[in-house]
Structure formats: structure tokens, C-alpha cells
Design a protein around this ligand. Structure first.
Ligand SMILES: *[C@@H]1O[C@H](CO)[C@@H](O)[C@H](O)[C@H]1NC(C)=O
Ligand SMILES: *[C@@H]1O[C@H](CO)[C@@H](O)[C@H](O)[C@H]1NC(C)=O
Ligand SMILES: *[C@@H]1O[C@H](CO)[C@@H](O)[C@H](O)[C@H]1NC(C)=O
Ligand SMILES: *[C@@H]1O[C@H](CO)[C@@H](O)[C@H](O)[C@H]1NC(C)=O
Ligand SMILES: *[C@@H]1O[C@H](CO)[C@@H](O)[C@H](O)[C@H]1NC(C)=O
Ligand SMILES: *[C@@H]1O[C@H](CO)[C@@H](O)[C@H](O)[C@H]1NC(C)=O
Ligand SMILES: *[C@@H]1O[C@H](CO)[C@@H](O)[C@H](O)[C@H]1NC(C)=O
Ligand SMILES: *[C@@H]1O[C@H](CO)[C@@H](O)[C@H](O)[C@H]1NC(C)=O
Length: 537
């Protein structure tokens, strides 16, 4: 694959791109997954001060939400008819950390919505269900009326902020302008974190196996750059005061095979810096997909509960993170989840996926990612944190285990004002991940995940003792995330508590203690550990 020289003009870039051949679809290298547990106990021993120097900010909204635009009303409910399940699930997060996740409304249907000023419905959509295609539950056309904004404003916790996706796909400036105008007129702009123009524009011209959809196959990064430089300033100028912020890019990812059409390339060209108001850079990514039968057959949970695989996945974003930071922007993995094309049953909706999600988010945070937006939609989205409506006559609205990731991170940051995070790299193994959480360079907490795969409940569940005495002292308290087995689709508990069918937290909160610094972690468990009382380290 060609690599671009660091310095070039638009013209030379165009020439280079013209020569670029179709690159192969991103594929995970076959992983060698050791299946035996390292039974040795381990001591959590590392240079606390040196590790603090490498720490990155840990955003309280690290785990945020991306919702398929056409499903926004399904998720939050209509005017006067809030979806109480969703509201409760968001409020549970607020009750812990004081702040709800950011909600990005976007995805494929972002490029299919239009605003209709005289339509009374908040949202109406055309869905053409094809039982043979996992993506067919997504709307083909979405029409939004002014009630849409009222519903969003009334139905979510008051501090909720949105990233509102705008339609670039149709390639008609007036459509995007009408969307911004409607939001400016009918939506309290304190609800807007940013607007985002277009979803995954780097593959508008097609990319195997994705066919060209919104642009001819000759579409290049230069065409995109010119459109952004022209449209975003005009859209921002629609606001009489306080021109809004934009999120830029939202490229399909992980970025490795798309370097010619990436944030790195665009930042080098100076594009986002010259638009004005670009506060966020976003790149998307899913480790694997079920978009084709062949791809689906390769998807295995063992790849997700492999911490070293997760570290490798996140490392692909290093260049994009650096591009954002060098342009003074905040970096979002703006749409992500375990398995593209709505997830895989038995993988995306399990305890293992939950452990993966926490490990992935914390690895990303330690690498400089500010937030991750875990994607959801309605109806057989196995990777959704929750299904807000009954899926069919036998499957009611429900959470999936991955919902607990938001509670876990909310508790992790709850009592800290400006936490930072570092991965304890030297302790990494395929099934153990350790993170140090600091405040003002003082070690406050550890997160320890034992991601070891355990699916055969007739066998004794492997476990491991970790000794945190050398960094936190012997007197410790910890909360435990657990479930019956890696493949469990339900029955997860966090600190002894779970979420019932109405979205309420139930059960007695359990905090465990030890005075010898030892924690026993079963295969597929995670803990947050801190000092018990004021013992020094
Ligand atoms: C690990 O530590 C536990 C608790 O101290 C002990 O019972 C066990 O024998 C140790 N295992 C190994 C392999 O050293
Ligand atoms: C809204 O207005 C458009 C154009 O003026 C018209 O075509 C459409 O039928 C109207 N829709 C409704 C629901 O009144
Ligand atoms: C969806 O919208 C497009 C563009 O507005 C239109 O051409 C198409 O006919 C619509 N499809 C359906 C099924 O209504
Ligand atoms: C918009 O929301 C902010 C923050 O909640 C509030 O202070 C303000 O009054 C609202 N503006 C309008 C016009 O409702
Ligand atoms: C209902 O949905 C669930 C979850 O997608 C699926 O497993 C089940 O087969 C569906 N049942 C019917 C009757 O369609
Ligand atoms: C557990 O996982 C292993 C490894 O993937 C597999 O070989 C085995 O069949 C699974 N056992 C059960 C009971 O699902
Ligand atoms: C735990 O680590 C501390 C400090 O390194 C050590 O003194 C202690 O003996 C260890 N405890 C066990 C049970 O190994
Ligand atoms: C932990 O701290 C609590 C409250 O300070 C105390 O009551 C308890 O005895 C401590 N537990 C251990 C195991 O030291």
C-alpha cells in the first residue's frame, strides 16, 4: 500500500490519490489465543510516579452513546410519551457520576434524513425489512418534524448533550441548512455539543465490500475537503450569535487501511484548522463484522476478551489521535461497537462483550481518546446497551450486559474531579489488564480485569490472586463486576447490584474489604480497587 509523503499540496495529493488502487478490506490478523490460564498469582507492582507522567485525562463521559438517527424517537419516546426505560437507564448514570453520557444521533440513517417544517410527526421513516439482511432494520428514508426537538428536550435527563448528525449524503446543501435552521429554531442550543456533517464520508465512493452509495467512485479526500470548507462555515453562519461547534471526519475505521482519506491526511492539508469551529475529530471503528456470512463465521468472543488484541486494535488510532491533538481538537471514537452490522448474538450481548467494552474504553482513554460512542439501534441490535422497545412478541425491552459499562465508569470517576488514567503496560497479558487512576498525580484507584475465557460451568472456574499492597497498601476495598460465565447474556452484577426489567438498580450494594492487599479474581471478572480509609502508599 502506498504511503503519502508528509508534505504535499492539494494538487499533488490528488495525483497520488488518482494512482491509489482499491485497498483490501480491513481484516483482523488471525490471533493465537492461548487457552490455558496463567495460574500464577501476581503482584501489582509498578513505578507509580513514572506511570502518572504518562497518564491521560479520564473523561466522566468516556463511555457515551451513538444512536442510529432513525431510531432516536424509538429510544427516547415521543412528545408526552417518554420512553421511561431509557430515561431510567440514563438517570442511573447521572445518579452515580452526576452527568449523563453524550448522545450522538447519527449513523447510516444520518445521511437519509430530511427536515419537514409542516410535518406533525416527530419522526417518520420508511423501513424495508429483508429477513436475509442484518442491516434492513435501518430506515431507508427518515423525515423529521419540529416535534422531534421537543421530544429530545423533554425526554432525557436535563444535562444531556447531543451531537446532531446532518445529511451530507444527499449532496444537497439546502437539506443540511434546513436541518441546522430547524435545530436553531426549535432546539435549545445548550443541548448541542456539536453538529456533525455526514457519516463515514470516506466510503461514500464505495469500498469493498461497501458499494458506492452517495458519491461516484471517483470521490476523493480532496472533494470532501472542498465540500467541508464550503458548507460548514455557511452552516455555522446560520446562527445569529454563538456559531456552533462541529465534529469533523466521522470516518469509517479503524483507520489503518484508509490513510489516504483520514483525519491525519486532512489535518496535514490544514482542512479542519481552516474551516473554523471544528472542536472535535471523530473516527469510527468495529474490530469485526457480520455484514457477510464469511466475516460472521470468523467472529469469536475469545478475540474480544483478549486484552492484547484490544491493545492492538486501539493502537491503530494513534495517528488520528495525534492529528486531533496537534490541531487542538478533542478526539472521539465517534461510532463504535464490537461487531459491525448490528452485532452478533452470543458475542456482542454477553459478559465477555462487557469486559471487552470496559477494557477497550480504558485502553483508548490511556492512549488519549477523549470519548467513545457505543452505537445502538432498535430491533436485533445485539451490541446495543439496551433495546428500548419490545423486539418481538417474546422478547421485551431489555438491557444487555454492556449497559453495565456505563455504571462501572460512572462509579470509577464519581468521587474524582479531574481523574487521569494510565495503562500499566508492563503487567499486560492476554487475559489480564490493569489501569491506574490518578488525581493530581496521586494514585487513587486501580481497575483490574481478568478477561480469561470461561464457558464450561462443569469445570472449576479458574481464578487468580492479585496483591496490590505495594501500591495501595494492605487495607483495601473493592467492588466486583461478575456473571456466571463469559458467554452469559444476563445475570451480570456490579458491586452486588443489577438492573431490573424496569431499569431500576436492585440488590444490596456490596463493597468487599481486605487487610492483606489480596483480591481473588475469577475468570471473567473485573474490580475497582481503592484504599480502605486513609492508609498511605
Ligand atoms: C495464590 O494465592 C493464594 C492465596 O494466598 C494461595 O492460596 C494459592 O496457593 C496461590 N497460588 C499459587 C499458584 O501460588
Ligand atoms: C408539506 O409541504 C410540502 C411542500 O409545501 C407538501 O408537498 C407536503 O404535502 C406537505 N406535507 C404535509 C404533511 O402537510
Ligand atoms: C427515499 O428518499 C429518496 C430521496 O429523497 C427518494 O428518491 C426515494 O424515492 C425515497 N424512497 C422511498 C422508498 O420512499
Ligand atoms: C436553554 O437551556 C439553558 C440551560 O438549561 C437554560 O438556562 C435556558 O433558559 C434555556 N433557554 C431557553 C430559551 O429555554
Ligand atoms: C425475538 O427476538 C429475539 C432476539 O432478537 C430472537 O432471538 C427470537 O428468535 C425472536 N422471536 C421471534 C418469535 O421472532
Ligand atoms: C468453550 O469454549 C471452547 C473454546 O472456544 C470451545 O472449544 C468449547 O466447545 C466451549 N464449551 C462450551 C461448553 O461451550
Ligand atoms: C503482598 O505484597 C506485599 C508487598 O510487596 C508483601 O509484603 C506481602 O507479603 C504480599 N502478600 C502475599 C500474601 O503475598
Ligand atoms: C475498612 O474500613 C472500614 C471503615 O473505615 C472499617 O470499619 C473496616 O474494618 C475496614 N476493613 C478492613 C478489612 O480493614
Amino acid at each position: 500500500m502506498q504511503s503519502l509523503t508528509p508534505m504535499f499540496t492539494l494538487t499533488t495529493l490528488f495525483a497520488v490519490l488518482a494512482a491509489v488502487q482499491a485497498v483490501p478490506a480491513p481484516r483482523r490478523a488471525a490471533a493465537v489465543v492461548p487457552l490455558t490460564l496463567t495460574l500464577d498469582n501476581s503482584s501489582i507492582n509498578f513505578d507509580v510516579a513514572q506511570t502518572a507522567e504518562a497518564a491521560q485525562p479520564l473523561d466522566p463521559q468516556l463511555i457515551s452513546l451513538s444512536i442510529e438517527f432513525g431510531n432516536a424517537i424509538d429510544f427516547f419516546g415521543d412528545v408526552g410519551k417518554p420512553n421511561e426505560f431509557s430515561r431510567k437507564l440514563l438517570q442511573n448514570v447521572v445518579d452515580r457520576s452526576g452527568i449523563p453520557p453524550v448522545v450522538r444521533l447519527g449513523g447510516n440513517t444520518q445521511d437519509k434524513w430530511v427536515y419537514c417544517d409542516n410535518c406533525t410527526a416527530a419522526l417518520s421513516s420508511i423501513v424495508e425489512v429483508n429477513p436475509n439482511h442484518p442491516m434492513s432494520s435501518e430506515a431507508v428514508n427518515v423525515t423529521v418534524g419540529k416535534a422531534f426537538f421537543q421530544a429530545l428536550e423533554e425526554n432525557v435527563p436535563p444535562a444531556t448533550k447531543f451531537i446532531l448528525g446532518l445529511n451530507l449524503g444527499h449532496n444537497i446543501y439546502e437539506i443540511a441548512q434546513a436541518e441546522v435552521d430547524a435545530s436553531l429554531k426549535y432546539f435549545n442550543q445548550s443541548r448541542i455539543l456539536a453538529y456533525e456533517l455526514g457519516n463515514e464520508p470516506n466510503v461514500y465512493g464505495g469500498y469493498p465490500p461497501v458499494p458506492a452509495r452517495w458519491r461516484p467512485s471517483t470521490w476523493t479526500v480532496v472533494d470532501y475537503a472542498q465540500q467541508m470548507l464550503s458548507w460548514i462555515p455557511r452552516l455555522r453562519a446560520r446562527a445569529k450569535t454563538n456559531p456552533p461547534s462541529f465534529q469533523f471526519g466521522s470516518m469509517i475505521g479503524p483507520p489503518t487501511p484508509f490513510q489516504d482519506f483520514s483525519l491525519t491526511t486532512l489535518a496535514r492539508m490544514g482542512v479542519p484548522q481552516n474551516i473554523g469551529g471544528v472542536k472535535y475529530f471523530a473516527s469510527h471503528g468495529y474490530p469485526e463484522n457480520v455484514c457477510t456470512k464469511e466475516a460472521s463465521d470468523q467472529v469469536q468472543l475469545t478475540n474480544y476478551v483478549n486484552h492484547l488484541e484490544t491493545v492492538g486494535f486501539v493502537s491503530q488510532y494513534q495517528g488520528e489521535i495525534a492529528a486531533a491533538k496537534s490541531a487542538g481538537a478533542i478526539f472521539h471514537i465517534g461510532e463504535t461497537n464490537s461487531v459491525a452490522c448490528h452485532g452478533k448474538d452470543g458475542v456482542s450481548n454477553t459478559l465477555g462483550a462487557l469486559l471487552w467494552e470496559i477494557d477497550y474504553a480504558l485502553t483508548a482513554a490511556a492512549a488519549g481518546v477523549d470519548r467513545l460512542f457505543f452505537h445502538s439501534g432498535v430491533g436485533g441490535f445485539y451490541y446495543a446497551m439496551w433495546e428500548p422497545l419490545p423486539v418481538n412478541s417474546t422478547t421485551p425491552a431489555h438491557i444487555n450486559p454492556t449497559y453495565y459499562s456505563m455504571l462501572f465508569v460512572a462509579d470509577l470517576v464519581a468521587d474524582l474531579s479531574q481523574p487521569t488514567i494510565s495503562r500499566i503496560v508492563k503487567l499486560d497479558t492476554f487475559d489480564m489488564a490493569q489501569y491506574a487512576i490518578y488525581e493530581e498525580n496521586r494514585l487513587q484507584k486501580l481497575v483490574i480485569l481478568n478477561t480469561h475465557y470461561y464457558n464450561d460451568t462443569s469445570e472449576t472456574r479458574p481464578s487468580k490472586f492479585v496483591n496490590v499492597s505495594s501500591v495501595l497498601g494492605p487495607n483495601i476495598k473493592f467492588r466486583r463486576l461478575t456473571g456466571s460465565e463469559t458467554t452469559a447474556r444476563s445475570g451480570v452484577t456490579w458491586a452486588g447490584q443489577s438492573v431490573d426489567a424496569s431499569g431500576n438498580i436492585v440488590g444490596r450494594l456490596i463493597t468487599e474489604h481486605a487487610s492483606n492487599g489480596l483480591i481473588q479474581l475469577l475468570a471473567s471478572e473485573a474490580v475497582i480497587v481503592e484504599r480502605n480509609g486513609t492508609s498511605s502508599s
